[in-house]
Design a protein around this ligand. Sequence first.
Ligand SMILES: [Fe+2]
Length: 325
Amino acid sequence: MRLIDISEYDYQTMVLAKPIFDSQKRVLLAAGRTINPKILSRLEDIGINFLFVEDEISKGIHIDDMIDLPTWTDSIEVVKDFYEQVQSGKRPDIKDLQKVGNLLLKEVKVRPTLVLIPSGTMAKEVQPYAHAVNVTILSLMTGKKLGYNDRKQIDLAIGSLLHDIGKVLTDEYEKHPEYGFNYIRNNNQLSVVSSHVAYQHHESVDGEGFPRQISGDTILEVGQICGIANLYDNYITQKSMAPHEAMEGIMATSDRLYMHKIVQAFTRAIPTYPPGTKVLIGKGEQAIVTQINTHLHRPIVKVLSSEQEIDLAEDPTIMIEPHSD
Ligand SMILES: [Fe+2]
């Protein structure tokens, strides 16, 4: 299995590796199906831009460290329901959201790393909620690297799930962190730490962020973590960057947008080359990532011409670079 941009889909050589859902969580196309050109353009119309496919070169590749699909789609549904209720002036039950936070924390705790399912595999309507779930997973992975305890992780998770809740309460983009902060702060079932995650996720170390232009150490770590996670997921989803490009973008923000310590924890938590990524190794030989073993940035790859598997963590002299065709 591998992830491709929808424009790379070839119905003669590829079948779907995971089902495709519509915005109501109904299965539009089941795994194992091929997609004819007419359906393909319908998928593009509803805003789907990534597909998981099975083809000759990705045969035998399982993305073991990927969050399981039901956990992911159920979490998205809870978040969607919560945001919609808040938007219509209701006071949704916080318990379901806490359950999602706990479930995601458990996933992050038991796995050495986690590969994200891009929001772009879902219909456009659902993408903001898939984004919130992905930001939460990325935040939790970073918190784990920083040695946060469960209490702090849960506060970070709830803050990340609700980081954009202000968007359903105001149309003024620059004000959404403040609206989010007030919403969370005024709910006595939610923690003050979570409210600051929403308040500070657009602030930056250099004081050029918003809404308060606070800078340096006055920004909390949890706000910075959610900010990085948010930027990374936007690079992937909105700018269609490959994971290694998004990671380079994040590294370039060190000490400017985000504290070095947080950037470092983030880059140590998130794999650069998820399984199924096509790469060039050595002197330009085509290969595909089959597994992440011990080193997040030096995966195990299979050379396409010889089918030979090489663990790049064991041979640091072999160069690896991205390959797109
Ligand atoms: Fe935001």
